[in-house]
Ligand binder design. Structure first.
Ligand code: HEM
Length: 127
């Protein structure tokens, strides 16, 4: 039987690999480079903590950083619809690379689409 918790189905090692590959793509994406720090080590560390709890694993992000308040934490950055699409494209490619497929991928990716769209806080003119 498959575990009911997505975090357990993906596993810690594959989730870590997914996030590392994701940020390798973010670092090279022309639409995303302008708003991310040049060194993504700490960003990736926090994202691993966040995705762990987002997928039903231990609340690692909250334990270290408090309530996620993700929309508020993204407000200093101009998250345009174009950047949301770019973020999701990087994630889809990273999912391909770690062989994440089937219903788990569909459910996880669709949730990320909703969350990414929710993060949009500027139009393309930056207003
Ligand atoms: C942090 C961009 C969507 C989770 C950040 C940072 C940027 C960013 C620029 C700050 C990086 C840093 O200074 O270390 C974006 C863009 C998105 C997006 C362009 C497109 C919609 C998401 C989504 C999630 C997410 C969908 C979760 C499912 C996080 C987390 C952090 C973060 C956990 C670290 C927060 C912290 O500093 O504690 N994001 N993000 N982001 N983002 Fe996003």
């Amino acid at each position: 039987r498959k575990p009911l918790i997505p975090y357990e189905e993906i596993g810690e090692a594959r989730l870590s690999e997914l996030i590392d590959r994701f940020y390798a793509k973010v670092a090279k994406h022309p639409d995303l480079i302008p708003i991310f720090p040049p060194d993504l080590t700490e960003t990736a560390r926090k994202q691993k903590q966040f995705q762990t709890q987002y997928l039903g694993g231990p609340n690692l992000y909250t334990e270290e950083h408090g309530h996620p308040m993700m929309k508020a934490r993204h407000m200093p950055f101009a998250i345009t619809p174009t950047r949301a699409k770019a973020w999701l494209a990087c994630m889809a490619e990273a999912m391909d690379e770690v062989g994440l497929d089937g219903p788990l991928r569909e459910i996880y990716y669709q949730r990320l689409v909703l969350t990414a769209n929710h993060m949009v806080n500027r139009n393309e003119e930056g207003e």
